[in-house]
Design a protein around this ligand. Structure first.
Ligand code: UT7
Length: 386
């Protein structure tokens, strides 16, 4: 039995800042309304050459540099995302390729804004059973690509970004102590994002056009209901996970919640009978980055010195599905000291490794041209007659 310790962390936000005032130029809203109702001042928007996978890669490269681990040592990559570029190949496979993590298994996990906590819990279990020795867990989103920018109820909320942690198995007790995962599919339509496979089949007639009724691939949300749901479940799931870890709220140094709305946090703090200062918030500058919000907030909290060795920290997420989840983590393994210059040099090397992936692609194309069909002389089989 091993314990899954967080030994590296990293985040990446695109450089383009989109302020509330800028949004107010295109929809009927204002900075005053957005800030007072959500706590959001600005969010980041991915550039035209950026994708969920490139943001995820940047965050993972930073996290591996902190952990002082080479990508070839990585055994598992999980990307929690609702905005993959492709259903397959998964975003995790693209990150694996970009990193040159040649010995890693890789898959995406879909649990909306709870995705990072779900993925952390899955990775911790894989480490506990020793099926892998380490894992990179990433939350990454390009929410700007799935928003209806005419819908003021949603377009003001979300932003783009990625955050990652590196987990390492150790026989020293600690790390991810306990998790609680929950879901309620009956509330699915309260927050939804249609997939892309609503391809009409004209030859089969009108009933085969858009079978599930969706007309566009953008987020639809019943904000009030989601607000109620979030304030209802957040405190309960934190207490449940703490109970499993044998702890109480008094043992907690910091709660890093999904960054959706500062009012949800204030209501949940009241329910838990703690000060809202116990919750780390960066929603003002990053907006709601869905599955990426918790690891991005964690990195900011570490940067601001809000966590010290032996602190108990709780991650708590909630969102579409409906899903909600909490993990209790002992922040206890100090990562190896890697001087800043060395860390940046390592990160640059990981980024250079992306070149390898391009070369491999070219190599595949060339060999396919040169070698032709793998079974050129195989006789064609006749299709069986009906
Ligand atoms: O990560 C996934 C989880 N998502 C969430 O956690 C989101 C949860 N929900 C929320 O954060 C809030 O419900 C919102 C921020 C989305 C909305 O805030 P609210 O306080 O619940 O507003 P509301 O929907 O009750 O609307 C109040 C009023 C309405 O006008 P009337 O009917 O009172 O005249 C809305 O039309 O505010 C209006 N409104 C706006 N006004 C200016 C709604 N959106 C806007 C807007 N700017 N952007």
């Amino acid at each position: 039995m091993k314990y899954a310790h967080i030994v590296g962390w990293g985040s990446y936000l695109p450089t383009r800042v989109l302020t509330n005032d800028e949004i107010a130029r295109t929809v009927d809203t204002s900075d005053e309304w957005i800030y007072s109702r959500t706590g959001i001042r600005e969010r980041r928007i991915a550039g035209s050459r950026e994708t969920t996978a490139t943001l995820a890669f940047e965050a993972a490269a930073r996290a591996l540099a902190v952990a002082d681990m080479h990508p070839s040592q990585v055994e598992l990559i999980i990307v929690a995302t609702s905005t993959p570029e492709y259903i397959f190949p998964s975003t995790a496979c693209r990150v694996q390729d970009y990193l040159g993590a040649s010995r890693a298994g890789a898959f995406d996990l879909s649990a909306a804004c709870s995705g990072f906590v779900y993925a952390l819990s899955m990775a911790a279990q894989a480490l506990a059973t020793e099926s892998v020795r380490n894992a990179v867990v990433i939350g990454a989103e390009t929410m700007s690509r799935v928003l209806d920018w005419n819908d003021r109820g949603t377009c003001i909320l979300f932003g783009d970004g990625a955050g990652a942690v590196v987990l390492k198995g150790s026989s020293i007790p600690g790390g991810v102590l306990a998790s609680t995962l929950r879901s309620d599919g009956s509330g699915g339509e309260l927050l939804s994002l249609p997939a892309v496979y609503h391809n009409p089949i004209p030859v089969l007639g009108p009933e085969y056009l858009y079978p599930n009724g969706h007309k566009k691939n953008t987020i639809a949300m019943d904000g009030r209901q989601i607000f109620r749901f979030a304030t209802h479940v957040l405190a309960d799931v934190v207490e449940d996970a703490l109970g499993k870890a044998g702890l109480t709220i008094d043992d907690v140094a910091l709660i890093v919640p999904h960054q959706a709305n500062s009012r949800i946090i204030e209501a949940s703090a009241k329910k838990l009978k703690v000060s809202s200062d116990l919750f780390y918030m960066n929603v003002d500058r990053a907006g709601n980055t869905s599955a990426a919000s918790i690891p991005i907030a964690l990195c900011d909290a570490v940067q601001e010195g809000r966590l010290k060795p032996d602190d108990n920290v709780v991650f708590v997420g909630f969102g579409g599905g409906l899903t909600w989840a909490a993990s209790v983590v002992k922040w206890d393994v100090t990562p190896p000291h890697v001087p800043l210059l060395d860390r940046e040099w390592k990160r640059a090397r990981y980024i250079a490794a992306r070149g390898r992936s391009k070369l491999r692609r070219i190599g595949r194309r060339v060999s396919s041209r040169l070698l032709g069909s793998p079974t050129p002389d195989a006789p064609l089989r006749e299709a069986p007659r009906k």
